[in-house]
Design a protein around this ligand. Structure first.
Ligand SMILES: Nc1ncnc2c1ncn2[C@@H]1O[C@H](COP(=O)(O)OP(=O)(O)OP(=O)(O)O)[C@@H](O)[C@H]1O
Length: 263
């Protein structure tokens, strides 16, 4: 059995010149990316640009058609993908859950690396404490015993947060009201500060949904990488206008980004 535990050295993610082709169409073309510990990437692009397709490679959900993807030091195609996936936190507020679990149980599935609770499994005291601490930090203390299927989409996004080494966030602020979005972004900043080795990749359409702790960004356009690197170099008026094919002006205040039409 190949050991798929995360390796201690090297990049958290390494994507080398990959293509993803479906039905003869390039969903991604010639993409390369390296993500290191402590880096927090934003993946931006218009509808259909390929963001979710790339995130699914990074989460060891799919293989590329060509090129190499290494997740936590393991090359896809040479490792048990299901086992590797269990080391990656993949937050998707639209994630369907079959049973009416309580919020606390959902958070505890982060300890067993499963989407549903493992029958007869019991958390240790430390795991219970960590789950409660996390729920409190995410502003969900009042909802600890609420049933998952009664939560709003925004509340779900905040509950699905185990603490792996690599966290992938697929539009985590979608459907959140203003206060909930701000709370989520503050929680993400705090989580990153508390775990300096954590690496994250966050997909969004909106610059306003980026936490101030974002360090790097990649702009995708029609399956190709338009720009990638440190945020200051990538999230510029020029690059973002090209990415969305629309003239916008980008400003950064108090660490956060704003985009508005430039007429
Ligand atoms: N399995 C598939 N077979 C063929 N085409 C696909 C498949 N999955 C996605 N696509 C197409 O690939 C393109 C990229 O899709 P993807 O979901 O990665 O984009 P996205 O940037 O995440 O878009 P959005 O912002 O709308 O969520 C889209 O044109 C989509 O219709």
């Amino acid at each position: 059995m190949i050991d798929s535990r995360p390796t201690e050295t090297g990049p958290v993610l390494r994507v080398t010149d990959i293509d993803v082709v479906r039905d003869g169409n390039y969903l991604l073309q010639s993409i390369s990316l390296e993500v290191h510990r402590g880096q927090h990437w934003a993946l931006l692009g218009a509808n259909g640009a390929g963001k979710s397709t790339l995130l699914n490679l990074l989460g060891a959900v799919n293989h590329p058609t060509r090129g190499a993807v290494e997740v936590l030091g393991h090359r896809l195609g040479r490792v048990d993908m299901r086992q590797l996936r269990s080391y990656v936190g993949h937050i998707n507020p639209r994630h369907p859950l079959q049973s009416p679990l309580r919020v606390r149980d959902v958070v505890l599935t982060g300890a067993t690396n499963t989407t549903e609770p493992v029958p007869r499994w019991q958390p240790t005291d430390e795991q219970s404490r960590q789950a409660d601490r996390l729920i409190g930090m995410l502003g969900m203390a009042g909802k600890t015993d609420a049933r998952w299927n009664t939560l709003s989409q925004g509340e779900r996004g905040r509950a699905l947060m185990p603490l792996p080494r690599l966290l992938l966030l697929d539009e985590p602020a979608t459907g959140l009201d203003l206060a909930a979005r701000e709370q989520l972004l503050t929680s993400l900043d705090a989580l990153r500060a508390e775990h300096p080795d954590l690496a994250t990749v966050l997909v969004t359409h909106h610059l306003e949904e980026l936490p101030a702790s974002t360090t790097h960004a990649m702009l995708l356009r029609e399956g190709r990488c338009l720009a990638a690197g440190e945020v200051a170099d990538v999230l510029t008026t020029d690059e973002v206008s090209k990415c969305f094919d629309h003239p916008v002006r980008i400003t950064r205040t108090g660490g956060r980004w704003h985009a508005r039409a430039d007429r």
